[in-house]
Design a protein around this ligand. Structure first.
Ligand code: ADP
Length: 686
C-alpha cells in the first residue's frame, strides 16, 4: 500500500496497517480497491496484487448485495457505518465479517475514500453473542467508574521517537517488533500522573502514591506488543486503542485485562494519554468455559448420526420484528401469504451442517449446503410455514413427516424436527434434525404388501375351509338320503303297490347321491391344504400379529383396539395360520357388526388368559350383540344375517378350534356387544 504522506493522516501506514490483526482495506467511491493489508490477504485469500484495482463486490461477492445501498447512505450521512456482512472469500467460503466503514474526505469535504476494517467472526459468532450480555455488563461497569483509570505522561516517548526518526527509523512497528528492549525502555520512561481509586484497589496495596511512577512493574513481557501498538495508535492519531491483554499488579499477580488507551486531542496536547483497565479474568474464564462447551457442541454436532443443520434465523427474526412493529398480524400473514413464505425460505440460511446431513442432501462439500434453505423445501415449502406458525404460537418445537429435495435431485421422506429453546432463539440460531424415513416408509410399504398377500392367502384358505365345511356338512344328509332311498326301495319293492317308476327314480337318486358324495369326497381331498402343521406358539404373539394385519382397516373405521394380554399365558401347540385366521375372522365380524349397526364408539377388546395348561381367548366388541334367537345357530354353516353374507366364517372358526382340541362359544357381553370365547389346550389336539 502506498503511504499517503501528502495528507499526513496515513503516515507510515504501510507497516502499521500490516501490523494490525484486523483486515483493513481502502476503496474509492466507485468501489475499486486502493490498498489491502496483510490481514486482508490472510482473511480473504486474495493477495495484495490480486485485490488492488478490483471492484470490492466482484472480488468478494456479498451474500446480500441489495443491502449495500442503505449502508452506503448511512456512511455518507454520518461518516461511518458499522455492522455485520457476509461475503465470499477467494475459496468461495461465506465469511461473516464485523465491519466498520469510515469516509475520508478531501479538503472540500467531498468523500474520496472508504476505509473498511473487518474482523472475521464466522467461527466465533455464537460464542461472541453469548458473551454479548456480559460485555454489556462490563460496559456498564465502565460507565459506573468501576474501571481503573490512569493518566500517563508520554512526553518522554515523543522525545524517544523523534530521536529514532533522526537516526533514520521510519518503520516504527517493524522496529518495535525487532527491539523488545526498546519497548521496555519506553515503558520505563512513561510516568503515571494520576490514577483513580479503582486503580489502587486493582493494582496497588492501598497507597495511591506507590502507583505514581513508571509503568515497568505493571507490564509483563507478554504484553509488550500492546504497549507498542498503543504508541503506534497514538502517532497515527487513532482516537483509541482497545485490546485484551495480561497486566500485573504491584504484588506480581498477572490477570487478564481489557485495556483501552484513549487519545483525546486535549490530553495529547498536554502530552498525556488516558488508559482504562478492567479486570476481565472472570470473563476470560467464562469464555474459556464457553469455548469448551462450544467444542463439545461441535463434536456432538458433527458426529451425530442424525442429519443436523444449523440455521441463521436472524434476518428472518429482524423481518418479523419489523412487521410486528408495523402492527402486522405476523401469524396471519405467514399463514396466508405465499410471497412472505418464499422470502422466509430465502432469509433463513444454513450455517453449518454435519456429515450425516451432507449424506442426506447428497453433497460432499459442506459449503455446498450453506446459504438459503429454499432449495431443500421445493417439494414441501408448507412445512416451513407450519414450523414458523408453531414458533409464533410459542410452542417448544415442531415435528413433521415431510419430504425434502436433495442437491442431487432426489426427494426424500424425512422426519423434520426443530426445537425453539429460548437460549438458541436469543442467539438467532436454530438446529434442525432430519431423520431419513425412506427405510421406514419402505418397510411400511412392504408390510402393506404382506398384508395384501395375507388377505389373499386367507381367502384361499377360506376356500379350502369352505370346501371342507361343505363336505363335512353335506356328507351326512347325503348319507341319509342314501339310507332313506334304500329304505324306500325296500318299501317299494313289496308286491302290493306297483310303483315301478318310483323304483327307477329312487334308484337314480341313490346313484346320484352316491356319486355326489364321491365327488365331494374328492373335492375335499383336493381342497384340504397340506396337513396342518403344529408348532409351539405364543398366544399373545398370535393376537399381536393378527391385530397388525387389521391395524390399517381399524384405523380407517375408527375402531379402538385394546389388547388385554395376561403375562404367563402358556404356549400352545397349533397351526399359526389357522389360528390367525380365527382371530382375523372374529375381529372382522366385530368390525362389520359395529359398522352395520352404525355404532359411533367402536371398540374391540382382545383378552388372553391362562386356562388350565393352555390358553383362553376372548374377543368382545361394542356392537349390537346377538339376537337371542340366533345364539343357537351362529356356528352353523350358511347361517348369516347379512344381505351379502355367506355364513361360513364362524363355522370355519369352529372347525379350526375343534381341530385344536378347544371349544368356541358366543354370548352377549354384559355391556351389550358380542363376546366370543375359545380355549386352546396346550397339546393342540383332542
Ligand atoms: P357372515 O359374516 O358371512 O354372515 P359368519 O359365520 O362370519 O358369516 O357370521 C354369522 C353371523 O353371526 C353373522 O351374519 C352375524 O349375524 C353373526 N355375528 C357374527 N359375529 C358377530 C358379532 N361380532 N356381532 C354380532 N353378530 C355377529
Amino acid at each position: 500500500m502506498a503511504g499517503r504522506d501528502d495528507s499526513g493522516t496515513l503516515e507510515a501506514t504501510v507497516d502499521i496497517f500490516d501490523l494490525v490483526h484486523d483486515s483493513i482495506f481502502v476503496r474509492d467511491r466507485a468501489g475499486y480497491i486502493r490498498s489491502w493489508n496483510a490481514a486482508s490477504e490472510a482473511l480473504y485469500g486474495w493477495s495484495r496484487e490480486a485485490a488492488v484495482g478490483r471492484l470490492v463486490n466482484e472480488l468478494l461477492p456479498p451474500r446480500r448485495p441489495e443491502r449495500d445501498a442503505a449502508r452506503e447512505a448511512e456512511l455518507l450521512e454520518t461518516g461511518r457505518w458499522e455492522g455485520r456482512l457476509s461475503r465470499a472469500a477467494a475459496d468461495g467460503r461465506m465469511l461473516t465479517i464485523d465491519a466498520r466503514w469510515s469516509v475520508r474526505r478531501d479538503a472540500d469535504g467531498a468523500p474520496v475514500e472508504i476505509i473498511e476494517t473487518g474482523r472475521d467472526v464466522t467461527e466465533r459468532r455464537a460464542v461472541e453473542e453469548a458473551l454479548q450480555r456480559s460485555e454489556y455488563r462490563y460496559r456498564n461497569l465502565f460507565q459506573a467508574m468501576a474501571a481503573s483509570f490512569w493518566e500517563i505522561d508520554f512526553t518522554p516517548i515523543g522525545d524517544m521517537l523523534r530521536e529514532l526518526r533522526s537516526e533514520g527509523v521510519t518503520d516504527y512497528p517493524a522496529y518495535f517488533a525487532a527491539n523488545p528492549d526498546y519497548v521496555r525502555r519506553m515503558i520505563r520512561a512513561t510516568r503515571v500522573v494520576d490514577v483513580n481509586e479503582q486503580t489502587v484497589a486493582l493494582f496497588g496495596r492501598g497507597d495511591k502514591g506507590e502507583l505514581l511512577r513508571d509503568l515497568e512493574p505493571f507490564w509483563p513481557d507478554e504484553s509488550l506488543h500492546v504497549f507498542a501498538a498503543s504508541v503506534i495508535s497514538a502517532v497515527t492519531r487513532k482516537p483509541n486503542y482497545v485490546t485484551e491483554t495480561p497486566l500485573r499488579t504491584l504484588d506480581g499477580r498477572v490477570f487478564d485485562a481489557l485495556f483501552t488507551a484513549a487519545f483525546p486531542p486535549e490530553s495529547i496536547a498536554k502530552g498525556t494519554l488516558l488508559i482504562g483497565v478492567i479486570d476481565i479474568s472472570d470473563r476470560t474464564a467464562a469464555e474459556a468455559h464457553l469455548r469448551h462447551s462450544e467444542t463439545r457442541y461441535r463434536n456432538l454436532f458433527h458426529h451425530m448420526p442424525i442429519a443436523l443443520l444449523q440455521l441463521d434465523m436472524r434476518p428472518l427474526f429482524d423481518k418479523i420484528a419489523a412487521m410486528k412493529t408495523a402492527g402486522v398480524d405476523v401469524a396471519d400473514k405467514i399463514a396466508t401469504d405465499d410471497e412472505l413464505l418464499t422470502e422466509a425460505l430465502r432469509l433463513v440460511t444454513i450455517d453449518e451442517v454435519n456429515d450425516a446431513a451432507m449424506k442426506l442432501f447428497g453433497v460432499t462439500d459442506p459449503t455446498a449446503l450453506h446459504g438459503p434453505i429454499e432449495p431443500a423445501w421445493q417439494a414441501r415449502p408448507d412445512t416451513i410455514r407450519r414450523s414458523l406458525l408453531a414458533r409464533l404460537r410459542g410452542e417448544p418445537g415442531y415435528v413433521e413427516e415431510t419430504k425434502i429435495s436433495t442437491r442431487d435431485g432426489r426427494v426424500v421422506d424425512v422426519l423434520y424436527n426443530i426445537a425453539f429453546p429460548p437460549t438458541l432463539t436469543e442467539l438467532g440460531i436454530n438446529v434442525v434434525t432430519f431423520m431419513d424415513l425412506t427405510e421406514r416408509v419402505e418397510t411400511q410399504a412392504a408390510l402393506q404388501r404382506v398384508q395384501a398377500d395375507f388377505a389373499r392367502a386367507a381367502r384361499i384358505a377360506t376356500l379350502g375351509e369352505l370346501t371342507a365345511s361343505i363336505a363335512h356338512e353335506v356328507n351326512q344328509p347325503l348319507a341319509a338320503i342314501a339310507t332313506n332311498g334304500e329304505a324306500s326301495l325296500r318299501w317299494l319293492g313289496r308286491p302290493e303297490p306297483d310303483v315301478e317308476e318310483v323304483h327307477t327314480l329312487t334308484g337314480r337318486m341313490v346313484a346320484d347321491a352316491r356319486r355326489a358324495a364321491d365327488i365331494i369326497k374328492r373335492i375335499r381331498g383336493i381342497a384340504t391344504p397340506s396337513a396342518p402343521t403344529r408348532a409351539e406358539l405364543s398366544v399373545n404373539a398370535l393376537v399381536e400379529e393378527a391385530s397388525l394385519f387389521l391395524r390399517h382397516e381399524m384405523q380407517a373405521q375408527g375402531v379402538t383396539l385394546t389388547l388385554d394380554l395376561a403375562a404367563g399365558v402358556p404356549p400352545i401347540l397349533g397351526d399359526r395360520t389357522q389360528l390367525q385366521q380365527v382371530l382375523v375372522n372374529l375381529m372382522v365380524n366385530a368390525m362389520q357388526a359395529m359398522a352395520g349397526a352404525g355404532v359411533t364408539r367402536r371398540g374391540i377388546i382382545v383378552r388372553s388368559r391362562a386356562h388350565g395348561t393352555g390358553a383362553a381367548l376372548e374377543i368382545e366388541d361394542s356392537g349390537p350383540g346377538f339376537a337371542p334367537e340366533h345364539l343357537g345357530s351362529l356356528f352353523a354353516s350358511f347361517f348369516t344375517t347379512k344381505a351379502d353374507g355367506m355364513g361360513i366364517g364362524l363355522s370355519i372358526c369352529r372347525s379350526i378350534i375343534d381341530d385344536h382340541g378347544g371349544q368356541i362359544s358366543a354370548a352377549n357381553a354384559p355391556a351389550g356387544g358380542a363376546r366370543f370365547h375359545f380355549t386352546l389346550p396346550a397339546e393342540g389336539t383332542p
